[in-house]
Design a protein around this ligand. Sequence first.
Ligand code: NAP
Length: 471
Amino acid sequence: MSQMDIGVIGMAVMGSNLALNIADHGFKVAAYNRTASVTKEVITKHPHKNMDGFYNLEDFLASLKSPRKIILMIKAGKPVDMIIEELLPHLSPEDIIIDGGNSFFEDTIRRYDYLKEKNIYYFGVGISGGEKGARLGPSIMPGGSKEAYPHIQPILEAISAHVGSEPCCTYIGDNGAGHYVKMVHNGIEYADMQLITEAYLLLRHIGGFNNQKLSQIFNEWNQGELHSYLIGITADIFAENDEKSGGQIVDKILDSAGQKGTGRWTSIQSLKQGVDISMITAACNTRVVSNLLDERKKASKEIAAPSYNAEIGADFIEEVRKSLYVAKIIAYAQGFSLYRSACHEYNWQLNFAKIASIFRAGCIIQAKFLNKITEAYKKNENLSNLMFDEFFLANINKNQSSLRKIVSLAVNKGIPIPAFSNALQYIDAHRSTQLGANLIQAQRDYFGAHTFRRTDIDGSFHHEWQEHYKK
Ligand SMILES: NC(=O)c1ccc[n+]([C@@H]2O[C@H](COP(=O)([O-])OP(=O)(O)OC[C@H]3O[C@@H](n4cnc5c(N)ncnc54)[C@H](OP(=O)(O)O)[C@@H]3O)[C@@H](O)[C@H]2O)c1
């Protein structure tokens, strides 16, 4: 009999935890995995009165109430297209497929259009929070048909993280909007992690603090305005001893960072949309450079280090903290500028206040700071840039001198801090009434007759430039 409320395909880490989370909330879950032994293992290890395993697709689909709701928690990319083709012959009009994986939003738009023609609803749902989030409550970003959303809303809201009674799940927009918002969330996560890492480099290599002290500093920071999941886990990491060879494990980890691609996608997208998200791009590039272990070894020997002996003041830790906060404001200003631009590019009506509010729990970038972003967009949903909100503006004005000091110090000491520096560059590029674009336009007009606008007369002009330059 068709009695199950929802089906989950993919019983790897994310899918099995999400299925158990759904079952915990009183919904009957049908579990299926391409390799049947994986389903068997999950059902045996985690028996649940609301969850049954199915070992072929026909039985799985027959078990679901109509309209069928099927969550895909499988490897992103080709496998999603493959499973859709496998499902299609068995589906009925108005059944709902929900892709909860990290799919690229353009693929989601394509699949949404393809399935719409077949009268099947398709949702691209960003799910953030990793394994723990999937099990206990992630932040959820659903994108797809608004008219079909009420069918899945009660389940998604019930299983999401909550702040008080508010679910960290809100309808984001049509077709690929949910996956787009998740992609940029991950980009912001890259910048956030990079900023924390740069603060670590400064505290360690300029401040000379050991891991115990670093853990204490990050713990203290986590009691104040920087309170966030990432600052909290960073404090834990410095305190973690290495059982294999002594000391702290952080010092034994190879200095070479991985990435799965969502940061890079965000960065590529920003170039396509013409939005400056230099901090996210810098964070991606720094991970890329971190992998050049041989080249870095060679350069460290062959390129002389600067000799600069500045005394650091008693307020050094506080200067780093303030810099981190200002730079974090800029990282979010960049990410949310990309969201604003996406509204025009893809005809979405993204609700920035809501987006910030669902990031407050369940996800990796959850932070106290997000309340301030929600407040800023609630006050003014047309805010062109987060920097111009009263609260953030006051903070930038109050603390930018710390950021300038810290960036200068790191530059003189030869410590790479690309995210901090790009935050400062972004501030200065915005506050400069002269960026030299007059000269760029003159050059463009000189060699390509691209024309320019004048400051004193309306219209478009070309100048016949005198060729004094001799090759
Ligand atoms: N939100 C987060 O924090 C977070 C964290 C991790 C992952 N994710 C995303 O969530 C999704 C699931 O992640 P995961 O780590 O649990 O699993 P995964 O390692 O990305 O994928 C493994 C799962 O995909 C299935 N699969 C692969 N190819 C398939 C195909 N052609 N047809 C049907 N099933 C196929 C596998 O089935 P078999 O057992 O048969 O191979 C297995 O169930 C991914 O999109 C991932 O990017 C999100």
